[in-house]
Design a protein around this ligand. Structure first.
Ligand SMILES: [Zn+2]
Length: 301
């Protein structure tokens, strides 16, 4: 039986929320690093106040601007949805100009100060939009760079950076049947396998240039060539621009070894070379390790 128009009308009324959606609260635009951030908060005012969300945004933007020498895009639209939880969650960047992220109304200023998600999303702004098969390159970069950008401005300490890498990178190693980063799209390979690619790139650029250059030069060159996330690029162009700035075919070699093939990597040997070890949950350093100076430079301000 087909419902009568009256029944249909009643059903439509029941499906309509009793309380209309709250209007978004537009915030004054934040000028930062030569760019501007237009914020919009939807939902209840958090316990810590809207000011706490602005402070959180400024911290993330400062870390990213410091690394790149400027805010990566001229204007970001930041949409913050406040829900009933107590943490920052979700997070999605799109088109190189918009970030959506959720924050619980009971979040504390301390939790906002230790949040990594907004910095992660902002790093996506500074890198071109690649083909799906190279998602690992975008996610791996945000995974590697988020703590590096934050440690450089004093938001976290170096022990946290190395401790998390020692803990996380094994999740990015190839397992049986792996076909390289371009063709093995698991969570571990995408985020941590990609992060390992960028850590190895940072180390090799520093080694080959005797500390004169770093991954930062390569990434700034990509951004200066217009490669923000609104721009679709082919991976060959990323490699060419980065390697020209690095002064050596570093990404080219790593891409062949880790993306087109499984590329086994001995992490224990890497930590020995950098002089990092974790003992009883604490990070300890060996300053006589061959690359100890390089390790210090990676997290230095
Ligand atoms: Zn991401």
């Amino acid at each position: 039986m087909t419902p009568s128009p009256l029944v249909l009308g009643l059903l439509a009324a029941l499906a309509t929320p009793l309380v209309a959606a709250e209007p978004a609260r537009a915030q004054p635009e934040l000028p930062i690093g030569g760019g501007r951030i237009a914020m919009e908060f939807t939902g209840p005012t958090p316990d810590a106040g809207d000011d706490a969300l602005r402070t959180w945004t400024v911290r993330a933007a400062e870390a990213v601007s410091d690394y790149y020498g400027r805010y990566p895009v001229p204007r970001l639209h930041l949409e913050v949805e406040i829900d009933d939880g107590e943490r920052v969650h979700g997070g999605h960047e799109r088109d190189g100009n918009t970030i959506e992220i959720c924050v619980g109304r009971h979040v504390t200023p301390d939790m906002l100060a230790s949040d990594w998600r907004l910095t992660h999303e902002m790093i996506h702004l500074a890198f071109p939009d690649l083909d799906r098969s190279e998602l690992w390159m975008e996610e791996g970069l945000a995974t590697y760079l988020e703590p590096i950008a934050r440690v450089r401005v004093g938001q976290i300490d170096a022990e946290r950076v190395w401790g998390d890498l020692v803990d996380g990178l094994p999740k990015g190693l190839p397992e049986r049947g792996d076909r390289g980063l371009d063709r093995t799209h698991t969570w571990g390979r995408t985020y941590w396998g990609g992060a390992l690619f960028w850590l190895l790139a940072d180390i090799e650029i520093r080694e080959r240039s005797h500390g004169e250059r770093s991954l930062r030069d390569a990434l700034r060159a990509i951004l200066d060539a217009g490669g923000d996330n609104s721009q679709p690029w082919k991976v060959d162009r990323v490699i060419a621009v980065a390697d020209a700035a690095a002064g050596a075919p570093v990404l080219d070699g790593l891409y062949r070894r880790l993306a087109l093939a499984p590329g086994r990597e001995d992490l224990e040997a890497l930590w020995r070379k950098l002089g990092v070890r974790v003992e009883e949950g604490r990070v300890a350093y060996d300053d006589r390790a061959p690359d100890a100076k390089l390790r210090v430079a990676i997290t230095a301000r």
